[in-house]
Design a protein. Sequence first.
Length: 362
Amino acid sequence: MPSLADASSSPAAPVQQAAGAEAAGAEADGVQAAGAEADGVEADGALERRELDRLAEEFATWRRQLVGAAYRILGSVTDAEDVVQEVWLRWVDVDREQVRNRRAYLLTTTTRLALNHVRSRQRRRESYVGPWLPEPLPGDALGLEPELASTSAARDLGDGPAAVELAESVSMAMLVVLETLSPLERAAFVLHEVFGVPFDEVGEALGRSPAAARQLASRARSHVQARRPRQLVDRARHRQVTERFLEAAQNGDLDGLLATMAPDVVLVSDGGGVRRAALRPIVGAEKAVRWLLAVSEKPEVAGYTAGVVELNGEPALALWVGDVLDTVAFLTVEERGITGVQAIRNPEKLAHLGHLAPATTT
């Protein structure tokens, strides 16, 4: 009987050894192939991540412009941010090789989505309690230099179209004027007059012909020219008047407040049905002053602190009760005095300004 030691010398041994070697080699090849496949997947994933990072960096260069476009149409910082996030998600999936002008494409996409938001919130706006005012905008949200973002500096650019002013300004007074336009007029104005998008692309964004888009923008421009403040003071004067107004209000100085106002001043307050506000605009200096003083004496604002802050590229008044921001007020200051007061008290419209604190007042 052959021993186990003799098995290797049997005729079948070389065949068995060869089969074993072949199996081992196949297994090794399989492991190598699997490893190569895994390396390929990992390499593809790394490449995809790098491409996404590059795309995000590129998108960031346009982001503030896109937020600015959406904000001018919607009057809401929160909604504008939501729109731009949706634009980003679409931008990731689009065939970018087919996009000739990336900036124009992103602006028109932003406008279309912003108009969808306008339509979806129309019912909510119709049931809104009292006047509706835009949300205040943090000073650096659009990356505008303060001197360019201010209404007064925009005026210093000359007597050109109102579009020049809007291109550098998101002042509350101008936003209020934009709110008087139809959504399509507002969108056409923002796209063409503020951002210089050609009418053929404006028309495509709005679902209109280039000629119709031109007409919308022209009508909007005429309305803005007719309704915007006429004789705005310079920035230094604006701040001085704002500080005088605040000092008089804190001292309960009726005559001092009246001295800062034009006789036909219009006060608009937005409490959203949550905080005390006038349900209709108040016209006339004496009526406006008495309303302001009456509100300042209410128990819910007892012990308030107030100061001048920078919002929408211009001086604004901020009022805190404890650590809670209660009110933000903008003053439209012309040569003849304060012609407009826009007071925002709705907590939902102030929630994004949590970084403002009484310690930042001046």
